[in-house]
Design a binder for this molecule. Structure first.
Ligand SMILES: Nc1ncnc2c1ncn2[C@@H]1O[C@H](COP(=O)(O)OP(=O)(O)O)[C@@H](O)[C@H]1O
Ligand SMILES: [Mg+2]
Length: 461
């Protein structure tokens, strides 16, 4: 780019110089000519004064020599009388260039009463000379003539100076442009190239790359956005990998169990009543696997963009009573004390998808039933303040450790103590997702061995 520009600048300079020298030449000639015409009129006047003896020939000569000294460089003035004799030569000693032309011009001037102008190039020094001849006319007769003789060379240094100036400006401009280009490359072009490279690498699947931090203020926002996008993609990719690892892990363990049990049965290493026990274990593992697959499909469905809730008016208190009833047998079996703080007339309405709300409370109450030890107790509270319907489910037990608390709503997360529990760690992830879709919130607290899940939904009056 810069090269093209520099090249065009040089071509432009060459053209400019060419045009300049042409214009300068014609300007100099025109200027010289005008000047000489004016001078010759004045000198003509002096010449007639001399003829009429108003001034002496010394005075005349001095006047002309003065004019010559003041006038343009390299000039020479010759004055002819009416007999075509030279009566004054300002540079007597110097030789006259090309006498033939001078004689011819003088002839022409006297014969035709016309001014003439001749230029010629000297063969030896290749310098261009001129002769301007102007007649002094009185009453129609040529009484004398003036000849200017010289070269235009005196203008050359000035002209050369201008040419040098043109080139110097061009080079200065080129230099400034290169400097600007270097600064711009450093500030804008290079960071943009970096960003381009990084986004290509990201597009090719390498999410670990980042735009180097050499951007200028103007581009910093853009590079920050690219880096943010890359880190988001990296997180997503990590989550995807963790998810696949978890799924594979959760599927591998039941399959291992099933395989070894079947092996034992096939090899007939156990008595027939033990066989029933093993078969039941296999059934349990199969049920666990199908639960895992159902939960996974459910979670994927809930998280998809086309998932929609079927809204209706739902009484949360009634749903809680039904959920608790479902797990009654477990409470009895584990001798768990279940307390409900609201009476049978209490109702708290929200707008929601009844089937999904049932799923939410079933999950929470089932967890409470599972993680409450024998003879433990569970407390279910509900209230409504006109804006929110709140439900709190607390249970005694070992509680959830502070390290586990922030993660228990994540997919496949099981608190340490529950590593070998029957669940797969998807229940709370599904529950939280469904609550959020209903515009609600869920929080968990665990103090002194009491785990407490607080849920709230926008109330419908
Ligand atoms: N009521 C509760 N009391 C104690 N710990 C709980 C309770 N509910 C959930 N947890 C802990 O949170 C983890 C995640 O729960 P969840 O997503 O339902 O998975 P799962 O029940 O399948 O293990 C459980 O493994 C358990 O450690
Ligand atoms: Mg669970």
């Amino acid at each position: 780019m810069i090269l093209t520009f520099a090249l065009s600048l040089i071509i432009y300079c060459i053209i400019l110089n060419f045009l300049f020298s042409i214009t300068l030449d014609s300007f100099i000639q025109q200027n010289r000519f005008n000047r000489l015409m004016k001078d010759s009129r004045e000198i003509g006047q002096l010449y007639f004064n001399l003829l009429d003896q108003h001034i002496s020939s010394d005075e005349f000569a001095r006047n002309i020599i003065e004019r010559d000294n003041l006038a343009v460089i390299n000039s020479r003035i010759l004055i002819y009388n009416e007999y075509r004799q030279i009566i004054l030569d300002t540079k007597q000693k110097a030789p006259l260039q090309n006498n033939m032309i001078l004689t011819r011009d003088i002839e022409k001037c006297f014969n035709d009463s016309k001014q003439t102008c001749s230029t010629f190039i000297n063969d030896t020094n290749r310098v261009e000379y001129y002769y301007y001849t102007v007649p002094f006319i009185r009453q129609g007769q040529v009484k004398g003539a003036i000849v200017y003789h010289g070269t235009y060379q005196g203008y050359a240094p000035a002209a050369n100076m201008i040419i040098v100036l043109i080139w110097a400006t061009a080079f200065l401009f080129c230099g400034a442009l290169s400097l600007l280009y270097i600064v711009l490359s450093k500030k804008i072009v290079n960071p943009l190239l970096d960003m381009n490279k990084t986004t290509r690498q990201i597009a090719a699947g390498d999410f670990s790359v980042r735009v180097p931090a050499n951007s200028t203020d103007e581009l910093k926002e853009l590079s920050d956005s690219i880096n943010y996008m890359a880190s988001q993609l990296e997180d997503t990719e990590d989550a995807r990998r963790r998810f696949l690892e978890n799924v594979s892990h959760e599927l591998r363990s039941p399959i291992t169990v099933i395989r070894s049990m079947l092996q034992v049965i096939i090899e007939k290493k156990v008595s027939s009543d033990k066989q029933v026990y093993y078969t039941e274990m296999i059934l349990n593992e199969v049920l666990r696997m199908s639960q895992l697959i159902n939960d996974l499909m459910d979670l994927t469905h809930i998280q998809s963009s086309d998932f929609k809730l079927e809204y209706e008016r739902v009484d949360i208190a009634e749903l809680l009573r039904r959920s608790i009833a479902k797990f009654e047998s477990i409470f009895t079996e584990k001798k768990i004390v279940m307390r409900i703080t609201f009476d049978e007339y209490f109702a708290a309405y929200i707008r929601g998808d009844e089937l999904r709300l049932v799923q939410i409370f079933d999950n929470l109450i089932k967890n409470a039933a599972s993680y409450t030890p024998e003879t433990g107790d569970i407390l279910v509270e509900s209230s409504e303040d006109g804006k929110w319907v709140s439900v709190t489910i607390s249970n005694s037990g070992e509680g959830i450790s502070p390290e586990d608390l922030p993660y228990i709503f994540e997919r496949f997360y099981k608190a340490n103590k529950a590593r070998n529990s029957e669940g797969v760690g998807l229940g709370l992830a599904i529950t939280k997702q469904l609550i959020i879709l209903h515009g609600g919130t869920i929080e968990v607290e665990s103090t002194n061995g009491v785990s407490c899940f607080k849920v709230a939904f926008p109330a419908e009056i």
